[in-house]
Design a protein around this ligand. Structure first.
Ligand code: ATP
Length: 237
C-alpha cells in the first residue's frame, strides 16, 4: 500500500488557543485509521484542519498533492468527504434530494443515479425513506444518510467524526459493518474519530492516540490494543 494522506507539523488554533501542536501522521491508500483520545484532545479539530474548516499550519498532502492552502470546497473536489459530528444533512429536504445534493461536485446524471442506487444497496432503509424529509429520520438513518451523502462525492478519503454518537448498540454494529464493506468493496480510505475505542480499533488497521493536541502513541490496531495506557484509559480492562 502507498501513502494516500501525509500530514506534517499540523497546527491549528481557535483564536489565541492552540488546539493542535504539530501532528505528524499518515494514512495508507485503502486503509482505515482511527484517532483516539479524551474529550478536548483535538480529534475533531484534526479532521476540521484536514478539510480546511479551521485555521491551520503545516503540510497536508493527498496522493502527493498539497492541500494546506486550499479552501474546503477545493479540498472536497480533491476527494476528501467530511461527515461531521451532528451529521449536517438538510432536514427539510428528502433523503433522495440530500443524496442528489451530495453529488454537487459532479456531472453525469446517469452515473449519479447509479451511485444513488449503490448507496441504497449499502443502506436499504434509505431507499424505503427516499421521499421522507431527512428531519424525520431516526438517529441511525440520519447517520446512514450522512455517510451516503458523503459517498456521493466518490471520495478517496472519508473523514468520519463520531459516527456512533447517540446511536443504539445494534445500529452502531450495523453501521460499522457497512463502513467495513464500503472500505473493502469500494476501496474508500477512512480517517475515523471515535469515543468508542474498541469499536474503532475493530474497523481500523492503524491508530493514533491524541492527548492535548499531541500524538502520544501510534501503531497498528493490534499493537494499540495491547498498549497498557490505551487498555486502562480507553478500553477499560
Ligand atoms: N470553536 C472553538 N472555539 C474555541 N476553542 C475550541 C473550539 N472547538 C474546540 N476548541 C478547543 O480545542 C481543543 C480541541 O477540541 P476538539 O473538539 O478538537 O477535541 P475532541 O478531541 O474532538 O473532543 P470531543 O470528543 O469533545 O469532540 C479543546 O481544548 C477545545 O476546547
Amino acid at each position: 500500500m502507498s501513502r494516500l494522506l501525509e500530514v506534517k507539523g499540523l497546527e491549528a488554533s481557535y483564536g489565541p488557543t492552540k488546539a493542535l501542536h504539530g501532528l505528524d501522521f499518515g494514512l495508507e491508500d485503502g486503509g482505515v485509521t482511527t484517532i483516539l483520545g479524551a474529550n478536548g484532545a483535538g480529534k475533531t479539530t484534526t479532521l476540521r484542519a484536514i478539510s480546511g474548516m479551521v485555521t491551520r499550519n503545516g503540510e497536508i498532502t493527498l496522493g502527493g498533492k498539497e492541500l494546506s492552502s486550499m479552501r474546503p470546497a477545493e479540498i472536497t473536489r480533491e476527494g476528501i468527504a467530511h461527515v461531521p459530528e451532528g451529521r449536517g444533512t438538510f432536514v427539510r429536504m428528502s433523503t433522495e434530494d440530500n443524496l442528489q445534493l451530495g453529488a454537487y461536485t459532479r456531472n453525469g446524471k446517469a452515473e449519479i443515479a447509479e451511485d444513488i442506487e449503490r448507496v441504497y444497496s449499502y443502506f436499504p432503509i434509505l431507499k424505503q425513506r427516499r421521499n421522507q424529509q431527512a428531519g424525520t429520520l431516526s438517529g441511525g438513518e440520519a447517520q446512514m444518510l450522512a455517510v451516503g451523502r458523503a459517498l456521493m462525492l466518490r471520495p478517496r478519503l472519508l473523514l468520519l467524526d463520531e459516527p456512533s454518537f447517540g446511536l443504539a448498540p445494534l445500529i452502531v454494529q450495523e453501521l460499522f459493518e457497512i463502513l467495513k464493506k464500503i472500505n473493502s468493496e469500494d476501496g474508500v480510505s477512512m480517517l475515523l474519530v471515535e469515543q468508542n475505542a474498541a469499536l474503532a480499533l475493530e474497523l481500523a488497521d492503524h491508530a493514533y492516540l491524541l492527548e492535548t493536541g499531541n500524538i502520544v502513541i501510534s501503531g497498528t490496531s493490534e499493537s494499540i490494543l495491547e498498549n497498557e495506557t490505551v487498555r486502562r484509559s480507553y478500553l477499560g480492562y
